[in-house]
Design a protein around this ligand. Structure first.
Ligand SMILES: Cc1ncc(COP(=O)(O)O)c(C=O)c1O
Length: 397
């Protein structure tokens, strides 16, 4: 008799054989910069809480201290009950979008349930079958999925290769209605940056649209944490500037800074916005609370930049290969097995850093991805470079 589960067992066996098996982590007790993994307290080097706000108990207490019987449901409630197009909308959502407009000096902002939702919704809403998408080869899975859901023709340019992008624009764009260029600002797995100024120049020269996913730079770069496009002085020329709130904003959700016409188009046609329950009031309220304070955390941004540079220098001194120049610091191992072994060794020594393997990164490009947070000091992580160097030496690499 046919066993439909056999297909999946075989698939899992194959994954296991290639050292690619994933599982949920036994995580407990996140406190400041430490976290308990498999009952062992470790320094957390795998968090996207870049400013250390999600584990800041004082901040959390301040937020909840405002809760009373009168505002409990409308401002701290745990269920929004429906999509924003029905009864899930609220004055808090409107206030948050207004505050984002003030923060960026823009005319329109739109909040979403998550960065993943935003990417799989905005891209198909803006690019259809007569349009062209030009996408960086290292763009995040949520962008890739958004492109797959759109009916647009997609061409991939090599990572950060502006010459190839220019050639594609010159050669291809006339065959299509609109052209949408999509990039991340800080690349999530490589920790390097897009050349936003050049991207803006190219999109303007060719009358294209530019979509910049600032998931890893929102809250971290630019004055007051307004991101890399803001730092480059071109944020108002980016058509969709997407920030996520699950990382430096210590929360959940995402926002687009955009033009009012594009906002209206998204409100009318973006399926994850139309057909999914809105964020709970407590999450929207916390997002507003964080956004109102974002300007005051420049010291945390400076510390993050300082410790990232110190750690990178320590890796370089040991001859270790790492990419980029930001707080996301990947140390390349190549093989999946080495990435897993090295992660285990680091954890044994009290440093929590997980292996990143295909399909998240290309084949033979496995790595340990360190993502630093502003509450970590160089003294905390100084021994890490030694541990890695020793492991690599033992491996003969
Ligand atoms: C570049 C990028 N975009 C989007 C997302 C998805 O964001 P969210 O976690 O809010 O769904 C991520 C998540 O890691 C990301 O790295």
């Amino acid at each position: 008799m046919h066993n439909p589960y056999k297909t999946y067992s075989e698939r899992l066996e194959e994954i296991k054989k290639n050292d690619l098996l994933r599982s949920f982590k036994d995580i407990d007790n996140r406190q400041d910069k430490t976290i308990t993994y498999k009952h062992k307290s470790c320094l957390n080097l795998s968090s996207n809480d870049y400013l250390g706000l999600a584990t800041d108990a004082v901040l959390c207490k301040e937020f909840y201290s405002r809760m009373d019987k009168e505002n409990m449901i409308n401002e701290y409630g745990l269920g929004s009950s429906s999509s924003r197009l029905l009864t899930g909308n609220s004055g808090l959502y409107e206030a948050l979008e207004k505050r984002f407009c003030e923060f960026y000096g823009s005319k329109a902002a739109l909040v979403f349930n998550s960065g993943y939702h935003a990417n799989i919704g905005i891209i198909p809403a803006l690019a259809g079958k007569n349009d062209l998408i030009l996408s960086d080869s290292l763009n995040h899975a949520s962008i890739v999925d958004g492109i797959r859901l759109s009916k647009a023709r997609c061409m991939i340019f090599q990572h950060n290769d502006m010459d190839q992008l220019r050639r594609l624009l010159e050669k291809e764009k006339n065959g299509f209605d609109n052209t949408l260029i999509i990039t991340e600002s800080i690349f999530s797995m490589d920790g390097d940056r897009a050349d936003i100024k050049e991207l803006v120049a190219l999109k303007e020269k060719h009358n294209a649209l530019l979509y910049v996913d600032e998931a890893h730079s929102a809250g971290v770069f630019g004055s007051h944490g307004r991101g890399l496009s803001f730092e480059a002085g071109v944020h108002d020329r980016v058509d969709i500037l997407l920030g996520t709130m699950g990382k430096a904003f210590a929360s959940h959700g995402a926002y687009a800074i955009t033009h009012p016409t594009l906002k209206s188009c998204l409100v009318n046609t973006m399926r994850p916005l139309l057909y999914s329950t809105a964020l709970p009031p407590v999450a929207v309220n916390w997002n507003l609370f964080i956004l109102n304070r974002m300007q005051y955390w420049d010291d945390r941004r400076k510390q993050l930049s300082r410790v990232s540079e110190q750690f990178r220098n320590a890796l370089t001194k040991k001859g270790l290969v790492h990419t980029g120049d930001t707080h996301i610091i990947p140390v390349i191992t190549g093989s999946n097995k080495k990435a897993v072994e090295l992660s285990d060794l680091l954890i044994e020594n009290g440093y929590l850093a997980f292996p990143i393997r295909p399909p998240t990164v290309p084949e033979n490009n496995s790595r340990i991805r360190f993502s630093l947070t502003s509450d970590i000091s160089f003294e905390d992580i100084e021994p890490v470079a030694d541990i890695i160097a020793q492991y690599m030496k033992n491996q003969g690499s």
